[in-house]
Design a binder for this molecule. Structure first.
Ligand code: ZN
Length: 355
């Protein structure tokens, strides 16, 4: 089977780690209303673009699922099918666990910021290793959490086909898939797959949305139907504007870099593509605790789009205004609100994940 993944290069600068321990402004214990921090909820629709199946790790007899299983060819419910790899469910309804979603969004957030390389058994270059100390956390660990640190975002389980009282699912077919190990060598070129000729890791691995080769499907799996929706929401607490903007870019909301997500089984054969739409934002009003009149600001439609664009803009470096050549350059001010996004890596990711 041909390889179907790409590497996003690591930013040249090592992870930019900050100290969050003992700093009140990052805590969960209270909302910060004076520091221009953002707290609220993002409501998401996730549309299935390529079959989505989050493996439950359990194979079941097809007859157990027959009542709900729609055959994609005949559009009839299947009476008897053999063993099937089941997807994660709750009350007989497919779900995407919040933890799976969070992992996928985190990996994009990591790739487009100066963040550490975590949860890998590959050789990590000096200075890029996983954050272990709340006194030194990279941008992804600050937002998504690290050891002894909960993070500032919380993803809830996504519910399948919410308008349908008893949604079904499809059976799909998937070939046997093996993840290559970090030491793998390309059999044709003899080159290491994960490392360049200087033995430096090529970057972070991502799967594209397409796969062109003929594959022999072998296993049946339970999957969400194309075009159907999952819905969920994400809580965010005390994010800077740049952090919220980077989160929205990772969720694919930047009109210049519309990204689709890859989730679950079969990513190596083009499965698992979701398109995200943020359909509503419930932004906690900073006056919430100062007055009894207002509690939160619901943003939808045009106001929502204006909000999203504004927040995303503060996450990306803007072109510097031209300065006369003979004048000394102004020093760059570092502040909590500095931009986080690395444009080179975002561009590389767009090549792979654009929809
Ligand atoms: Zn980190």
């Amino acid at each position: 089977m041909a390889r179907n993944y790409h590497f996003i290069s690591l930013p040249q600068d090592k992870p930019h780690r900050i100290n969050i321990s003992g700093q009140e402004k990052f805590g969960h214990d209270k909302y910060q209303i004076n520091n221009q921090r953002y707290s609220g909820k993002l409501f998401l629709n996730l549309t299935v673009i390529a079959p989505v199946s989050v493996n439950s790790g359990i194979k079941v007899m097809g007859s157990d699922l027959a009542q709900q299983t729609l055959d994609p060819n005949s559009a009839k419910y299947v009476a008897t099918i053999s063993l099937i790899q089941s997807s994660v469910q709750q009350n007989q309804r497919l779900i995407i666990p919040g933890s799976s979603l969070k992992g996928v969004i985190r990996s994009i957030y990591e790739a487009i910021t100066k963040s550490c390389l975590c949860k890998t058994n590959a050789k990590v270059p000096e200075g890029y290793s996983e954050c272990k100390d709340t006194a030194k956390l990279c941008p992804a660990c600050v937002t998504f959490g690290a050891m002894s640190w909960l993070g500032l975002v919380h993803f809830h389980d996504a519910q399948y086909d919410p308008d349908n009282e008893k949604p079904g699912f499809q059976t799909g077919l998937i070939p046997p898939l093996f993840s290559p190990q970090p030491d793998a060598v390309d059999l044709e070129t003899g080159e290491k797959i994960y490392y360049d000729s200087n033995n430096k890791i090529r970057g972070r691995k991502f799967y594209p949305h397409t796969y062109n080769e003929e594959v022999k499907p072998t296993f049946r799996i339970q999957q969400a139907e194309l075009g159907k929706k999952f819905t969920t929401y994400v809580n965010y607490t005390n994010l800077t504007k740049a952090q919220l903007g980077t989160l929205l870019i990772a969720l694919g909301q930047d009109p210049e870099n519309r990204l689709g997500l890859k989730i679950g089984s079969g990513k190596a054969v083009g499965m698992g593509t979701l398109k995200i739409d943020v359909v509503k934002v419930e932004q906690l009003n900073i006056n919430r605790y100062l007055s009894y009149n207002s509690n939160s600001l619901d943003l939808e439609g045009e106001n929502l789009q204006i909000f999203i664009l504004d927040v995303i803009k503060s996450a990306k470096p803007q072109p510097e205004p031209k300065q006369p050549a003979n004048q000394p350059r102004k020093p760059i001010m570092k502040s909590a609100n500095q931009t986080l996004v690395q444009l080179k890596q975002l561009q590389e990711l767009k090549e792979i994940l654009k929809i």
